[in-house]
Design a protein around this ligand. Structure first.
Ligand code: SF4
Length: 441
């Protein structure tokens, strides 16, 4: 599979094309229209043509390894298109992020959607499946979680699943179109759980051997455990920061924000992709949402993926039992609407343009149209499968139908993302200026 490098970028540097004259359908556009029966083929189309799944973009993919991907663009300063300029930078101030987050909704959506199209093919959406391999019985006190022993919820603790059971679940997910399989265990940390860890290493090897990407979320990890997981074939590790450093102690008291950042650093140092995001609906203010994005966007490397979750309030948890209308209490899912989600996703898309933004828990609460709003805001990854750990999620069939409706295709496993069609066609202007200071305008 072809990958893009400096040669292509040299060719696309500062190239713009005229949009005034009607354009005769080219052979590649004809192929596009033939493959998309809903598009009416005419002798002429307006320029530029619809870009999803263009033949060129199909042939060109970035390297799969996120570090190789970023290295290819190390001398890139910024991208501009249709009046919007963006760049990958790590020196964001909270004020700058707050300014973006507070833009009128229509303006924020326009900018985020344009940034998305400058860096990604908006038609390609990664599908990940999350399986709880060890449910309940966790001693932590996360106030949103149904699996904590400190809350009385419907969840009954179960032992760690057997390797064979997990591999069968991974096979089902693969058959349903999923390309990344994530395994979650409800505990504080891997610690000294040697037997369990050995089984998890076998699961990672097994899923990897099936040609799927493998992700784990196992709580806190030390450097050696991260190294062994990498050796077994782990693609990514999920460890969410949940919310801002300021709001965090109101949600969890049994481990610190610093603990979480240490695990993220161990994962990154082992060469594993970092998946790290947060949850809306924890009683946080807008400043906390901005604060979370500020921490993520100023990490030494942006996470490869940032999941944005809407709290699924579970009865028996402190946040599930909180009255959403009571100003003195932490608010629940009732206070997170699709505009909140889209605003958060759009801001994440602008401040971390090369990061996959994952529309995660709470998706079942949103209609297809609301989810579309979130994809337009820049989300390009979802969790599929009818369960997300312990809460409900859209079934595989519902997602297949949503993808067909929206013209989306899944990202293959172990393949880098498609090069943005706007980059292939030269619609995006890329400036290459070496220097530390990069500005978003
Ligand atoms: S979120 Fe994770 S660490 Fe926190 S209680 Fe639930 S399972 Fe335990």
């Amino acid at each position: 599979m072809a990958t893009i490098g400096n040669a292509l970028r040299g060719a696309t540097l500062a190239i713009t094309r005229s949009r005034t004259a009607p354009r005769v359908v080219t052979s590649s556009a004809t192929r596009y229209f033939s493959a998309n029966p809903h598009v009416v083929v005419d002798k002429f189309v307006s320029s530029p043509p619809p870009t999803p799944s263009s033949a060129n973009a199909e042939a060109l993919r970035h390297p799969n390894d996120v570090h190789d991907r970023n290295a290819n663009y190390s001398d890139e300063d910024s991208r501009s298109m249709a009046g919007v300029t963006a760049s990958v930078r790590h020196n964001w101030t909270k004020e700058e992020i707050a300014e973006l987050y507070s833009l009128p909704f229509h303006e924020l959506m326009y900018r985020a959607s344009t940034v998305h199209r400058m860096y990604w093919d908006p038609a390609e959406v990664q599908q990940c499946t999350l399986l709880s391999i060890k449910t309940g019985g966790c001693t932590e006190d996360c106030s949103y979680c149904s699996q904590s022993t400190r809350h009385k919820t419907f969840v009954k603790p179960t032992p760690t699943m057997k390797v064979q059971e997990v591999l069968e679940a991974a096979k089902r997910a693969k058959d349903a179109g999923s390309t990344r399989f994530c395994m979650g265990a409800a505990w504080r940390e891997l610690g000294n759980k040697k037997n369990a860890f050995n089984h998890i290493l076998d699961m990672v090897k097994g899923v990897n051997g099936m040609g799927m990407e493998v992700c784990c979320t196992l709580g806190m990890l030390n450097a050696e455990q991260a190294r062994q997981l990498k050796e077994a074939g782990l693609t990514a590790y999920n460890h969410n920061l949940d919310t801002s450093p300021e709001h965090y102690p109101k949600v969890i008291t049994t481990r610190t924000y610093e603990d979480r950042l240490d695990t993220i650093a161990n994962v990154r140092d082992a060469g594993i992709s970092v998946c790290c995001g947060g949850i809306l609906g924890l009683g946080e203010k807008d400043t906390d949402r901005v604060g979370l994005l500020h921490v993520l966007a100023t990490l030494p490397e942006h996470p490869e993926s940032v999941p944005i979750n809407a709290l699924v309030a579970v009865e028996g948890t402190p946040l599930g039992d909180a009255d959403a209308d009571d100003e003195t209490e932490s608010d629940g899912i009732a206070d997170v609407d699709s505009f909140d989600m889209a605003r958060m996703i759009a801001t994440a898309r602008i401040v971390m343009p090369r990061t996959m933004v994952r529309l995660s828990a709470g998706r079942l609460s949103f209609s297809d149209a609301e989810q579309f709003l979130m994809f337009q805001a820049g989300a390009n990854s979802i969790f599929n499968g009818d369960k997300l750990l312990t809460t409900d999620n859209p079934a595989f069939d519902a997602d297949t139908s949503l993808f067909q409706k929206l013209g989306f295709v899944g990202k293959p496993a172990h393949a880098g993302p498609r090069v943005a069609p706007t980059e292939v066609t030269g619609e995006v202007e890329i400036t290459q200026v070496k220097g530390m200071e990069q500005q978003y305008a």
